[in-house]
Write a protein that binds this ligand. Structure first.
Ligand SMILES: [Mn+2]
Length: 376
């Protein structure tokens, strides 16, 4: 059996840091995520879709966003489960309650785990909901799936860990659940782990929304073997271990579906123009300009050169003064005195002050030596 697992769409996020036009475009692209997932589900032949929460960024959602989500979920044409999270918690006025959803969509509405049986798939899906923006209890606490020859799947929004305000899921609870697969949501980077027999995973968010959500983003396609296949016994001995048989009880594959990626890249300031792509990259890139330079790089000019090559580009100056310049701190001159003073301030200053001190050193040197204006 195959399932599609995606979470944390955060539809209708405000998307700060971009121009109004570009953030509107990103919101539209984000709104297309469910349709892209529906295509992925069809292409992969998924039998089931698990969406553990934070599908909406908050309570204020455009009606067209809800409509396009409902339509995409209907097009998936297989059972779809939603476990509301802290951003889209279930309450009387949430879109989950206010709108009628397609027949193939099941929305969990209770904080306690509820089971939905899917006899045609020989499987049970256990899920729950946030009903407020926080919950401090472990939603899996005390839960153990029956060993009844069926697949048991969890669909839960929460954070794997011992404590916290977002449904902390103790790894011990995951282990005790005896579930075949735990589809989790909340963490925006893809990741997975094993707790006892239970494979758990986060797909991450399907589109980055800022420079804290880097790289390819997407969903998980999870393959699960029927438990019956694992219960094979050897003719003259105890049950063979699944590991020994080379049988993978569950395997999750990451599939990127994002339209664009956020990237952060370090590049030597002197070779910055060499790294610019020929055509236009769809990505949102922050370049950290490094290296030694007597003068601060002209960020505005470089940014203007780079702008047409990316959907969005920004530059950060991380260049330092050349080492051999500091050697002059030993000179018995005003420049030497100035450099000694700046050196000691830079050494004792905080990371926050560094940029200002470096700029002060550059301006000071230019002034002392009657050089050209360092910021033409
Ligand atoms: Mn969350």
């Amino acid at each position: 059996m195959k399932l599609l697992h995606a979470a944390d769409f955060h539809l209708d996020s405000p998307l700060s840091g971009l121009s109004p036009e570009k953030s509107a475009q990103r919101r539209r692209e984000l709104r297309e995520v469910p349709a892209r997932l529906a295509k992925l589900a069809r292409d992969e032949g998924a039998d089931l879709v698990l969406l553990p929460g934070d599908l909406f960024d908050g309570g204020r959602v455009y009606p067209e966003t809800v409509r396009s989500l409902a339509q995409a979920l209907e097009e998936m044409a297989v059972p779809v489960f939603i476990a509301p999270g802290n951003h889209d918690y279930f309450h009387a006025k949430s879109p989950y309650a206010a709108v009628s959803w397609p027949d193939n969509v099941h929305i969990f509405t209770q904080p306690d785990l509820q089971a939905v049986e899917l006899p045609q798939l020989n499987c049970a899906v256990h899920g729950c909901a946030f009903t407020a923006p926080h919950r401090e209890d472990d939603p899996l606490s005390g839960f153990t799936a029956r060993l009844d020859g069926r697949l048991h799947l969890l669909c839960v929004h929460g954070e794997v860990g011992a404590s916290g305000s977002y449904a902390p899921i103790n790894p011990k609870s995951l282990e005790n659940s005896e579930a075949d697969y735990a589809a989790l949501g909340h963490i925006h980077a893809a990741g997975s782990g094993k707790a006892g027999k239970t494979l758990w995973a986060y797909p991450g968010c399907p589109e980055g929304r800022g420079f804290d959500e880097l790289g390819p983003k997407g969903a998980l396609i999870v393959s699960l073997n029927e438990p019956a296949q694992l219960a094979v016994t050897s003719p003259d001995g105890p049950p063979m271990a699944s590991v020994g048989l080379g049988v993978q009880p569950a395997a999750a594959k990451f599939v990127p579906i994002c339209r664009r990626q956020y990237r952060v890249e370090s590049v030597e300031a002197v070779s910055f123009t060499d790294v610019l792509p020929q055509g236009e990259s769809p990505d949102l890139v922050r370049f950290l300009l490094t290296g030694e330079s007597r003068f601060a790089p002209d960020l505005a000019a470089l940014a203007a050169q780079a702008a047409p090559r990316f959907f969005h580009v920004e530059l950060r100056d991380q260049t330092t003064l050349p080492q051999d310049l500091w050697a002059r701190a030993g000179e018995d001159s005003l420049t030497g005195l100035f450099l000694r003073e700046m050196r000691s301030r830079l050494d004792s200053g905080s990371e926050n002050e560094r940029d200002k001190l470096l700029l002060a050193a550059r301006f000071g040197l230019a002034a002392l030596e009657g050089g050209e204006d360092i910021r033409p």
